[in-house]
Design a protein around this ligand. Sequence first.
Ligand code: 5RP
Length: 295
Amino acid sequence: MVDRDKSSETSKDFYVDVPAETPGFFLKGSAHLNWGMKNRLSRIFNPKSGNAVMLAFDHGYIMGPTSGLERIDLSIPPLLPYTDCMMCARGALRACISPEVDIPLVMRCSTGATILKELSNEVIGVTVQDAVSMNAAAVTTQAYIGGEYEKETLGNLARLINEGNLYGVPTLGVTAVGRELVRDARYLGLASRVVAELGVHFVKTYYCEPGFDEVVAGCPVPIVIAGGKKIPEPDALAMAYKAIDQGASGVDMGRNIFLAEDPVAMIQAVRAVVHDGEKSDKAYDLYQTLKHEKE
Ligand code: 5RP
């Protein structure tokens, strides 16, 4: 019976002269999402910089024990203090990552193809409910636009979006590229726009030049870039810088971090680019400094 306490009534203050704020939301295309979606996205993307350093180590789901990820339990934990968000498969997470880590997770939910067969022939193997049971901040699968199973992979993405919407769980749409398709702005722009219109909350695609700025502009939700095949560290940092400079909201990098000569130094250099807008030559200096400090 709270109302009986008259003394506490006299201490009420409704601040009638202070209008309630109606804040927007820091992420592109996300202002009309519900609270749960926004909260999860705010865990993935840093509200101060607006960007995210995602660490992808889901390669094994199609490639087996690929170089750098032979022992996820050894190679990934040292990188986690510098990681804003992990992207991996259910089994790797459960077996190799401590549940004590407080880092959001984008759960890889697709399966059905390996590098031995047609990659686009995927299905959804992990339900959104199971992803939520493992505390996922978002779910993901890839769409093979122009690929043999284009329709099916878009269907997989639609299923995740529909289920995720029930629980306030955002979906990351990965624009996978078939072996025969050219990664130019026209193709990546089309693929990114298609998955955004389907309803993904953020997109992972590749950096390209020229025209990456138009890929970003034509996509109504945030874009993070994949790193792709391992390239020299200064080149990977230059790619990250150009992507951020042209409007990307972060990276979802794998091989160019965990296959770097010094992965822990590399992820810190990538962070400097993504969160502090550091130019790539400065970021490479930082990489070398951190690397040499250990020698
Ligand atoms: C594949 C993926 C992978 O996670 C991603 O491509 C791996 O990152 P990187 O290319 O930087 O090694 O989403 O579809």
